[in-house]
Design a protein around this ligand. Structure first.
Ligand code: CA
Length: 234
């Protein structure tokens, strides 16, 4: 019944099997590969709806694979990491992973994350007919899944795209981090706010908006984020 294709990239046999068994059980179509090169080939051939990607892989590691996927495709990546290092998580998010889980994780939680990411992708697709939002020199266009800054097209991941679209649609409205998590992720993470922060930081980097007083997305300290209203002094 479930039309989604999921690619699992994991070199540890036991984990690969457990993850794919669980996802098959949830009704997804699942393909499993064991290294980064196979992963990129599978992505090119199969164009999965989601990639579950282990960080530590032989040869090309997960970060590299994730970066490659994000270069050419609009495919969400759920990163699996063995280390609890905050730096690792941030690195994963920085190369465009939509989400991460730290091993050992529960398969139920994994299934919940997968569902949440796929729901988000559906929501983005459903919203594809929506009108483009233009603020200042920035146009966020759901129909074409495109962000233009002046004439320049920016490459955002699906998650970054939705965060930016949500904020830009409601200029001046302050979104608490938890609100953004509920609305966009569909669940709350223990790391909560920091996950939102790292995605916003990445969006700002892509917008070239890293000055102390950002031109587009304003930080509301201790609360969250808000897109600048027209005419608001920078
Ligand atoms: Ca591994």
């Amino acid at each position: 019944m479930n039309p989604f294709d999921i690619l699992v990239v994991e070199d540890e046999e036991a984990i690969a099997e457990a993850v794919s068994a669980r996802l098959l059980n949830e009704g997804y179509r699942v393909r499993t590969v064991h290294d980064g090169l196979q992963a990129l080939q599978a992505v090119a051939q199969q164009r999965p709806d989601l990639v579950v990607l282990d960080l530590m892989l032989p040869g090309m590691d997960g970060l590299e694979v994730c970066r490659e996927i994000q270069k050419s495709d609009w495919i969400p990546v759920l990163m699996l990491t063995a280390r609890t290092d905050e730096a690792d998580k941030v690195a994963g998010l920085a190369v465009g992973a939509d989400d991460y889980m730290t091993k050992p994780f529960s398969l139920r939680e994994l299934a919940a994350r997968v569902r949440a990411i796929l729901r988000r992708m559906e929501r983005i697709q459903r919203g594809a007919g929506a009108e483009a939002v233009t603020r200042f020199d920035l146009t966020v266009d759901p129909a074409r899944r495109r962000v233009l800054q002046g004439e320049r097209e920016l490459a955002l991941t699906p998650l970054e795209f939705e965060i930016l679209l949500t904020l830009a649609r409601h200029p001046g409205v302050v979104f608490a981090r938890e609100q953004l998590m509920d609305r966009i992720w569909g669940y709350r993470d223990y790391a909560g706010g920091r996950v939102v922060d790292s995605h916003v930081a990445r969006i700002r980097r892509k917008l070239g908006d890293e000055a102390a007083e950002p031109r587009y997305i304003r930080t509301v300290h201790g609360v969250g984020y808000s897109f600048r209203e027209d005419g608001e002094a920078p």
